[in-house]
Design a binder for this molecule. Structure first.
Ligand code: SF4
Length: 323
């Protein structure tokens, strides 16, 4: 995950929930990486914020249940083997593989206020392949939109194996289902829309944001029947207030409940739900030294595995001139 700022509830109920599931399943040794080189590839003119962002993201992860005793939690740039393997891959990856990458085209359009005509940005799928293959990972938890990326990683693994012998597994996608989490304006929750509820939001801030949320635009008066399926508040009821959801749905449709009461109910439910996470985050963010210590420990654990794997890959490619 790129450290581009504080994480919101879309992350909490989406990617972090699946990371937690993988961690707790006992089936996987998980590696969770703060991808600061990837953030640098688009934020290189404003890179002074990256170190602070790493601490913020790590605090969000820890508060959300990512447990460094169970998963390896580390910072990409602190494990230089990633970039060395990416360099090796960049020598064997044909340029058209990168130019046809749909995410590259999309991101360039999305971030059009940034100059992204750089070698690093074009080559970021190569670094991403190195991030995965340096641990010889078998599985990668991703959403469907990231499948073309993983396919590229698999192609790179295949190309290396064809040239130098079987070494890298072709990692499989473990598709993660994430609930739809709308922002306060009912669009997708996103920092660029300024519509986020953050993991780090205080109870008071959460309450204020929920009370300002966009509901069914057709409900102009209190006695207009509502359409909960288009309402952002209802989307949250469906995520954290399952028991009451059927009742709220029918009360909304029959105009038996007003939006203000419905929002107040949701705000209190959400505050209660997020309170332990908020408290835990507060505890961590007040002790940044401990976050750094935790990350350094993860860097070391990741570095040991990455170091062994890189050495073997370099040897196979004829690039290890001494042991
Ligand atoms: Fe949304 Fe609740 Fe209002 Fe229905 S009553 S439109 S679910 S806020």
């Amino acid at each position: 995950m790129r450290p581009t700022g504080k994480l919101h509830l879309g992350h909490y109920f989406g990617v972090l929930a699946s990371w937690r599931r993988f961690q707790e399943s006992g089936e996987y040794q998980c590696y969770y990486m703060v991808a600061d080189w990837h953030a640098f590839s688009s934020e290189y003119k404003n890179s002074s914020v990256l170190n602070r962002n790493i601490i913020e993201v790590a605090a969000d992860w820890l508060a959300s249940g990512i447990d460094p005793a169970k998963s390896v939690v580390f910072v990409q740039s602190a494990v230089p083997e990633h970039t060395e393997l990416a360099l090796l891959f960049s020598m064997i990856v044909p340029l058209p593989w990168l130019e046809r990458n749909p995410t590259y085209k999309e991101l360039k359009t999305e971030l059009k206020n940034k100059d992204l005509h750089t070698i690093g940005f074009l080559g970021y799928p190569v670094l991403q392949a190195a991030d995965i293959l340096i641990y010889r990972a078998n599985s990668v938890p991703i959403g469907e939109d990231q499948l073309p990326h993983l396919e590229l990683t698999r192609e790179i693994a295949r190309r290396f194996n064809n040239f130098y012998g079987d070494y890298f597994p072709e990692p499989a996608a473990v598709l993660t289902e994430t609930p739809k989490v709308p922002g306060t304006d009912n669009r997708k929750m996103s920092k660029s829309y300024d519509n986020c509820l953050y993991i780090s939001d205080s109870p008071q801030t959460l309450r204020e944001k929920v009370l300002r949320m966009v509901t069914d635009p057709a409900r102009v008066r209190r006695n207009d029947p509502g359409h909960p399926e288009v309402c952002s508040v209802f989307a949250f009821h469906k995520i954290i207030n399952l028991d009451e959801t059927p009742q709220i749905e029918s009360d909304c449709q029959s105009a038996g409940i007003g939006c203000f009461d419905c929002k107040k109910n949701m705000a209190e439910k959400l505050i209660n739900y997020m309170a332990p996470v908020y408290e835990k985050r507060l505890g961590w963010i007040q002790r940044p030294g401990q976050i750094i210590e935790m990350l350094n420990d993860g860097n070391q654990r990741a570095g040991t595995v990455a170091g062994d794997n890189l050495k073997k890959a370099k040897k196979m490619a004829g690039m290890l001139w001494h042991e």
